[in-house]
Design a protein around this ligand. Structure first.
Ligand code: GLU
Length: 378
């Protein structure tokens, strides 16, 4: 056992590291497998989240990247063909180093539906207890166009939450997050430690949801946000860096030798951990509408930890049904919370601003129950 206590680690590796021109990069896969097994042999629990199914599958079907339209049936077919290839590569590399691999393909509903969430967690825990390395990807072949993780960075973060990981390592083809695009700006320097992900940082990474000039950093930042909100320290590091996993873990545990140099960009976890349901509402459910609330309601939600009642609602935007996610905005138009509604937009339009005693009994007391409401940071 190394100097660090036993930890649970999720290692995510992207398509650009797993494949080169559509062929599996066996050297890269072997390096990750070797480092993962070394951690397992030190008593840690490690799961791999890998991309590369579509990238590896397309050339096998006679197609080249890039293709647009992620939900295209051809891409789903490519993932079905490429996934076994990716899996074979990881299985063979892990076996070479002395561990078995277990394939898990996840869909968003596995996080949304409690029964499936618990089943997924149970299977992952069983594999980890057995010393098997779970190798996880999105179930791209049957991914629903409407809801999908979209990128494996986010999947990695949700898995980290699912298995109560201590550390998420996002391996990529850059050293981490830079102050500017290092490919075009020679003054760009690596940001080694991030305490809070703010708008300035998101702008530097290319803005939320965009594939940025700094090399897909926006989706990594979004994943780091989910993970750190789950209480999981996150590192973005170069897949080819020697001992990247061990050094990430040692940096987290504070035992890393300062002379060893930076491992990448470390995101420190938030002290309080969002429960799984709130994490899902905040980061995975698409918002179907917006509800504007008055200052009193804003205060009750942000300071008092209360539920949203119809009396505080001043206007309703969009069309939604009970259980849909909506954003909650104040009278200045600032989004400050997100929640899963108990009411339809039609009912809310009819009864907005009314006292609870004037509401028909068929409707829930709360428009958004506090257990289904997440207040976003300023
Ligand atoms: N799940 C996709 C694949 O394996 C990759 C998603 C991503 O680009 O992160 O091909």
């Amino acid at each position: 056992m190394s100097a660090t206590v036993a930890s649970t680690i999720v290692v995510k590796i992207g398509s650009s590291s797993v494949t080169t021109d559509g062929a599996i990069n066996t050297e890269a896969v072997d390096k990750v497998a070797r480092e993962v097994v070394a951690l397992c042999d030190d008593g840690h629990r490690v799961a791999i989240v890998t991309s590369g199914a579509i990238a590896a599958g397309l050339p096998l079907l006679g197609h080249e990247r890039p293709l647009t339209g992620k939900n295209d049936a051809l891409l789903r077919a490519a993932s079905a063909v490429g996934q076994p290839t990716v899996m074979r590569a990881f299985e063979s590399a892990l076996i070479d180093h002395g561990r078995r691999a277990g394939q898990i393909l996840l869909a968003p509903t596995d996080f949304m539906l409690r029964r499936r969430y618990l089943k997924s967690r149970g299977t992952l825990d069983a594999l980890l207890d057995l010393g098997v390395v779970p190798v996880i990807n999105e179930n791209d072949a049957i991914a629903d166009d409407e809801i999908r993780f979209g990128d494996n960075d986010r999947l990695g973060a949700l898995v980290a939450h699912l298995i109560d990981a201590d550390l998420l390592v996002l391996l990529t083809d850059t050293e981490g997050l830079f102050t500017a695009d290092p490919r075009t700006n020679s003054d760009a320097s690596l940001i080694e430690e991030i305490v809070a992900i703010d708008e300035q940082l998101e702008a530097a990474a290319g803005g939320p949801g965009s594939d940025s000039a700094t090399g897909g950093m926006a989706s990594k930042l979004a994943a780091a946000k989910i993970a750190t909100w789950s209480g999981v320290e996150t590192v973005i590091a170069h897949a080819q860096r020697a001992d990247v996993l061990n050094d990430s873990l040692e940096a987290k545990s504070g035992v890393k030798d300062a002379q060893a140099g930076s491992v990448g960009t470390r995101f420190l976890p938030r002290p309080s951990k969002l429960p799984a349901r709130k994490l899902w509402i905040a980061f995975a459910l698409p918002a179907k509408g917006r509800i504007t609330v008055d200052a009193g309601a804003r205060n009750a939600l942000t300071e008092g930890g209360r539920s949203l009642l119809p009396a505080g609602v001043t206007s309703v935007h969009g069309s939604f049904a009970p259980d849909d996610a909506v954003e909650v905005i104040d009278t200045d138009g600032v989004v400050f919370a997100k929640g899963q509604v108990g009411w339809s937009s039609a009912d809310l339009v009819e009864h907005a601003g009314k006292r609870t005693s004037d509401i028909p009994e068929s409707l829930a007391d709360e428009v958004i129950h506090r257990d289904a409401l997440v207040v976003l940071p300023d």
